[in-house]
Design a protein around this ligand. Structure first.
Ligand code: NAD
Ligand code: TYD
Length: 360
């Protein structure tokens, strides 16, 4: 079996769905998973409810920084791999309160690495040789590009600009050092912006969809010309499966969609999809809700990934275009009001007040 930290979050939860669908599609035995998740505001067991109920997935609610809890999870389950998704990951929250980011992304990753290394050392033979620790990271560790800079490759120097990206960079360095120093069998993926089902609605795409449906302003930071490289979340999940199978130990693989889009174009695309699928009662286009607001401090201008290494070495490439992925995403949010209700708690509304009131 495999152990997935952060498996009740957006990408980890999609990964759990992808894992079992992939086993079925490829005719592989249904390999069970243990989800190790603290269930912060971003963690939602409903996301993986069907797999928990079916007994294919087991949930351990605990903090990766709690070494005793990690030890207690590893000993009985004896995973052949740990996939490490758990993180604090919203840049705006890291600006308001970086402490949680240092705790989870750096101290938590360190604690997990220590316990995982001790567990790996207790293995023997093929179990030890086959064990993998796959660290899921972000392209934001490379900093910001100008319009003419080449896309990030695996050799681009690290230059993180936000407390979030700095804490992820720290965790990447620890993972790298554990391979280099101890021979611990690591793999690292650095991925561009994901979008898709189960995306927590504080991030650009789900926030815009839900605000639009509620008839609320669509808050575009600064001039709206910042660029992100968008990847449909299931394409990311498949990349992780393939790196787990074929990746070379100690290596890093950049994962991206070759889908560079300006924020304002992402927002207008969503508006037009909603105009077609769910026209407003007053007949106005959703674009009339777009509101430019005060920019994010230190806002990175452009991210772009050069996926040459993962394409040539692993053979992975994305299946979805932005057009096909955003169609699926908008339709998913229209169809899953039950899931949306489970994440829009009082704490979620408090965050919206905190982040957007001061930008007005
Ligand atoms: P998310 O916030 O949706 O999910 C994170 C999960 O981790 C949640 O379920 C949360 O409860 C859990 N968690 C948080 N702190 C924990 C702790 N101390 N111990 C145990 N569990 C804890 O995040 P996501 O968007 O799914 O991101 C997953 C990973 O992918 C992160 O490492 C992130 O840096 C990376 N990543 C994300 C993106 C993106 O666009 N979302 C892009 C590239 C890389
Ligand atoms: P986000 O989804 O927070 O991801 P990241 O900061 O990790 O790239 O933001 C994506 C882009 O959208 C980023 O340039 C900031 C911008 N943005 C807005 O313009 N308005 C918003 O309300 C949010 C949340 C983000």
């Amino acid at each position: 079996m495999i152990l997935i930290t952060g498996g009740a979050g957006f990408i980890g939860g999609n990964f759990v769905h992808h894992w079992f669908e992939r086993c079925a599609r490829l005719g592989l035995p249904e390999e069970p998973v243990v989800v190790f998740d603290k269930l912060t505001y971003a963690g939602n067991p409903h996301t993986i409810g069907e797999h928990l109920q079916a007994g294919r997935a087991t949930l351990v609610q605990a903090d990766i920084a709690d070494r005793e809890a990690v030890r207690q999870a590893l000993a009985p389950h004896r995973p052949r791999a740990i996939l490490h998704f758990a993180a604090e990951r919203h840049v705006d929250r890291s600006i308001h309160g970086p402490g949680e980011f240092i705790h989870t992304n750096m101290v938590g990753t360190f604690s997990l690495l220590e316990e995982a290394r001790a567990y790996w050392n207790s293995l023997e033979g093929a179990d030890k040789d086959g064990f993998r620790f796959l660290h899921v990271s972000t392209d934001e560790v490379y900093g910001s590009l100008s319009d003419t800079d080449p896309a990030f490759s695996e050799t681009t120097p690290y230059a993180p600009n936000s407390p979030y990206s700095a804490s992820k960079a720290g965790s990447d360095h620890l993972v790298r050092a554990y391979h280099h120093t101890y021979g611990f069998p690591t793999l690292t993926t650095n991925c561009s912006n994901n979008y898709g089902p189960y995306h927590f609605p504080e991030k650009l795409i789900p926030l815009m969809i839900l605000n639009a449906l509620d008839g609320k302003p669509l808050p575009v930071y600064g001039d709206g010309l910042n660029i992100r490289d968008w990847l449909y979340v299931r394409d990311h999940c498949e990349a992780i499966c393939q790196v787990l199978e074929k990746g070379r130990l100690g290596e890093t693989y950049n994962v991206g969609g070759i889908n560079e889009i300006k924020n304002i174009d992402v927002v207008t695309t969503i508006c037009r999809k909603l105009d077609a699928l769910r026209p407003r009662a007053d007949g106005q286009p959703y674009e009339s809700l777009i509101t430019y607001v005060k920019d994010r401090p230190g806002h990175d201008r452009r991210y772009a990934i050069d996926p040459t290494k993962i394409q040539s070495e692993i053979g992975w490439k994305p299946a979805e275009t932005f057009e096909s992925g955003i169609n699926k995403t908008v339709q998913w949010f229209l169809d899953h009001t039950d899931w949306i209700d489970t994440v829009r708690s009082g704490a979620y509304r408090d965050w919206l007040d905190q982040n957007y009131a001061e930008r007005a």
